[in-house]
Design a protein around this ligand. Sequence first.
Ligand SMILES: Cc1cc2nc3c(=O)[nH]c(=O)nc-3n(C[C@H](O)[C@H](O)[C@H](O)COP(=O)(O)O)c2cc1C
Length: 290
Amino acid sequence: MNDLTSPVFSPATDPVSSAASAAARLRARYRQDVPAPAAWNETLDLLLSHRSVRAYLPDALPEGALDALVAAAQSAASSSNLQAWSLIAVEDKARKARLAALAGGQKHIEEAPLLLVWLVDLNRLGSIAEAQQQPAGALEYFDSFLLGAVDAALAAQNAFVALESLGLGGVYIGALRNKPLEVAAELGLPPNVFALFGLVVGRPDPARPADVKPRLPSQAVFFREQYGFGEAGLLDVEAYNKRFRSFQLEQGLPEQDWTTQAGNRVRNVAALNGREVLREALHRLGFGLK
Ligand SMILES: Cc1cc2nc3c(=O)[nH]c(=O)nc-3n(C[C@H](O)[C@H](O)[C@H](O)COP(=O)(O)O)c2cc1C
């Protein structure tokens, strides 16, 4: 049972690559009929089927899955090929429980067998420069931090797509940034290494399925040539709120508008849940951020 080719490891999506599938996936993503693109394949089918999973079976991951995810992550593009990221796999129950507590008590971290923690890692580049007796002054600048964050995010998303292709589920855990110093201590991070976010991985519990969460109409986020402040860029947010509320209701979540959720999330400093001290914490972790 524990091998990547076993039947339990079927992809999350039905094996379809037709126009009908494209239309169905797009309808699920936008909750309205949108013209299906002429180009379609199983990769697009998988990407459009994404949903965050917050209910897991306790089963261990199949043998070899983690290695496959790491190789997928390392196959992402990397700025100047600096590969300024690292990854820690946390499987120890007690450590997962402590990290779950630091992330606001998110139960799915404890429920799933694996928590991947994606790190901005400028330490390795610094050490390499030091070994070569070279300065590494560029690492002191904000762009180097941003470069590592972009690299880590791209690697993580490759792993996310890979795990979904194996029939597994995942959810990112940005809440690890609520307590950056405590998380760094728990993971034994050296200077110039920062836990950007977690990614919970496990087998989705079929008894508690997650559905595809509708997104804003593409016209709200996608412009041609210049930013769309014009008429075409105006967003019918009420129509989206309606579709979003239906999703919430179906999922047994509070029947809330997207605009209310988004507004609450950006309202004030309290909404940052501790992340307001992030720059100071990053300085303490060794980052220059000049
Ligand atoms: C960087 C990042 C951090 C996130 N942090 C959390 C988190 O701490 N807890 C959680 O339950 N979901 C978290 N999420 C998942 C989002 O809530 C989710 O992606 C979003 O609501 C869209 O839903 P979907 O992924 O099912 O399409 C995070 C997502 C991203 C990209």
